[in-house]
Write a protein that binds this ligand. Structure first.
Ligand SMILES: C[S@@+](CC[C@H](N)C(=O)[O-])C[C@H]1O[C@@H](n2cnc3c(N)ncnc32)[C@H](O)[C@@H]1O
Ligand SMILES: [Zn+2]
Length: 339
């Protein structure tokens, strides 16, 4: 029987999708801002188990996870993950697990805030970046006949749109999305029924076992090649997407935005060789997007420029031009294979 109350979708471990009443403790609600969880009508079945039992993480993800404190494996308990040595990490009501270690987050690490994440989600939903999403998803490895399931990991995942697109192409794959931003991870947790979302720092040891990932995705986000090499299985792939100098150059000129550091293959391939990975593909994707003013504002404010501009002023400035703008997307795509 469907429920009529406001619910949000949850995932039950190793089982079907369920629901839990909510949200009850959205901090954004308390501050009167947009709530981080949009309640939506539930059309799914009533949950059959105690809602405090484990949800939002799936068993394949738990098996691949390791405790950030001692690398022990995890078991599930109601509402939390517990490592073999007893370290416990709560599963938040919004569906993510924060596996950062207290004090680990360095002061100079900046993760995306709610407004940036909301802008990103809105912009990606318009489909303007779909060619990039498809390009990444099309580079996922095929499951071999011996593999019952695959594991894809996205680092600096944001809303985990790339992971979700990849999971859509691979029915037996499960995904782990990692991001340091809680608002991003809340969305990543709901990006796909087979995705599990973790709050964790890409620069710290990842809470994932050695050699378990079939693919790692890093799109416009920090990449720690040593840790990526460690979690990839031999033959596993890293698919990297990063902005080329021509990326959104029209907007950088019009609004005096941050420049893009020149990325060349050496910056990927030299350190990759050192950690046992080889570049197997270097490609560039360039296309022109015709963007309406609200898309332009979201595209600018979903990225690092948001930290350097007056956001309201920029949005107002963008809206002064009512006509659409042609904006170049120029993205480097690299595929690297773990030896
Ligand atoms: C430009 S966004 C890209 C998000 C997503 N990959 C996409 O393309 O839609 C960069 C993301 O990296 C995350 N991030 C930044 N530093 C990080 C770190 N040290 N560890 C994990 N995530 C980080 C940010 O919170 C943000 O979500
Ligand atoms: Zn532990």
């Amino acid at each position: 029987m469907g429920k009529t109350s406001r619910n949000f979708i949850i995932k039950t471990i190793g089982g079907p999708v369920g629901v839990i009443d909510g949200p009850t403790d959205c901090s954004a609600m308390r501050t009167g801002r947009e709530c981080e969880i949009e309640a939506r009508p539930d059309t799914r079945a009533e949950p059959t188990a105690d809602p405090r039992y484990v949800w939002a993480v799936d068993s394949a993800a738990v098996q691949a996870m390791r405790c950030p404190l001692d690398h022990a494996d995890f078991t599930t308990a109601p509402g939390r993950l517990v490592c073999r040595s007893g370290h416990s990490f709560d599963i938040a009501k919004q569906g993510y697990v924060n596996v950062t270690v207290a004090g680990e987050k360095s002061a100079n690490l900046r993760s995306d805030d709610l407004a940036m994440v909301t802008a990103r989600q809105r912009f990606l939903a318009t489909g303007a970046f779909d060619p990039i999403l498809h390009a990444v998803a099309s580079r996922m490895p095929q499951a071999t006949s011996e593999q019952a399931s695959q594991l894809f990991v996205e680092l600096g995942a944001g809303t985990a749109a790339y992971l979700a697109a990849a999971l859509e192409t691979a029915p037996s794959a499960h995904g782990i999305a990692v991001d340091l931003s809680v608002p991003a991870t809340i969305r990543a947790a709901r990006s796909h029924p087979r995705a599990t979302a973790l709050v964790s720092d890409s620069w710290a040891p990842l809470p994932i076992a050695d050699g378990v990932a079939d693919a790692v995705i890093v799109a416009f986000a920090p990449r720690n090649l040593a840790e990526i090499a460690r979690i990839l299985r031999p033959g596993g792939r890293l698919v990297l997407a990063s902005a080329k100098p021509a990326h959104i150059h029209q907007l950088r000129e019009e609004f005096e935005l941050l420049g893009i550091a020149t990325k060349n293959t050496d910056r990927v391939s030299v350190p990759a060789e050192q950690v046992g990975m080889a570049v197997t593909e270097v490609n560039e994707l360039e296309f022109v997007m015709t963007l309406q003013p609200p898309q332009v504002a979201d595209l600018i404010l979903m990225g690092p420029n948001a930290w350097h501009v007056d956001r309201e002023e920029l949005r107002a400035q963008v809206m002064l031009t009512a006509t659409p703008r042609d904006v170049t997307a120029a993205v480097g795509l690299w595929v690297l294979e773990r030896r």
